[in-house]
Design a protein. Sequence first.
Length: 246
Amino acid sequence: MKKLCVITGASGSLGVALSNAYLDCGYKVFGIDLVEPTTLDNIEYYCADLNRIVDDQKEKEYLFEAINTWKAEAEISVLVNNAAFQHVSTQHPIEIDKFKQSLNVNLIAPYILTTHLSDDLEKTKGSVINISSIHARLTKPGFSFYATSKAALSMLTKSLAIDFGGKFRINCIEPAAIDTKMIRDGFKNDEKKINELKYFHPQGRIAQSEEIAKLAVKISEPGVDFLHGACIDMSGGISSRLHDPE
């Protein structure tokens, strides 16, 4: 039987790692992103702006038509809501459009995709993996919109697990810093600052995208079926540590 997986944000560092991890496990992958992945040529790529899809009914219809054409008579067994929008600012008031975009991409789009694909996921006893963040529980200056949207995504995970019951499983992963292009761009590739970030983590490093991807595959495959409505801390221990002066 074909195993089908839909992944949003498929072109970023984590999206590529997720796609490769599911491909390695025999899945066919439908990847959604604004930018076409340059290192993946064995997935079905669909160019979409999730911010627009939330607000534009036609864009929603085009996306789901494309998914239906791709999957043909088969059913989807895994959905990974990985795409994210991050706007950082401590200068309030911040443009409300940035708040709306944060909520659209990080929260409402995962809800739309999960509920639209719920019939498929029920038939396959499938799995939804939401990529949340340590910012769902702990945050820092400038991340008010991002943290709010991720906290809501984690709670949405728990709430939908209750609403859908045993039809399919819904879990989320809450990583701390991951070594991605986005995080390096945020530090302007300043290795000194990146190393400082690493050593704030008890393990003395930040996560690799492949580690998050391996966990996603593990918890979406059979064998851990009682894991449902869980938000898994994958923070390298930093979520347990206070950073008061020593």
